[in-house]
Design a protein. Structure first.
Length: 102
């Protein structure tokens, strides 16, 4: 579990927290009113989340991911593959519709 701190602790220790995230490769959860609010992550981690290709050091590693996913897909029946593709399409369309609303 990632370290979680209160908003007051975050304010008081901002410089130290930024250093931990930047140089210690940590993520910190900031709670507000005892509810999880935000996560402070490094720029590198953010870029990796934004574009998954950044998680791989080479194009060959990226391509290996698709070889592996193809192997997994081939183990699934054609009927289940179609079901899965339908679910994925619906979710992608929902995310796109949500983005258009914003």
């Amino acid at each position: 579990m990632k370290p979680a701190i209160s908003l007051d602790q975050f304010r008081k220790n901002l410089s130290d927290i930024v250093s931990q995230v930047m140089y210690g490769n940590q993520s910190i959860i900031v709670r507000k009113h005892n509810k999880m609010g935000v996560i402070v992550i490094s720029e590198r981690e953010y870029e990796n989340l934004k574009d998954p290709r950044n998680r791989f050091s080479t194009k060959e590693d990226w391509d290996k991911l698709f070889v592996m996913t193809d192997k997994i897909r081939n183990r699934i029946s054609k009927k289940d593959q179609k079901k899965l593709e339908k679910i994925i399409d619906e979710e992608v369309n929902a995310v796109r519709a949500e983005k258009k609303e914003k």
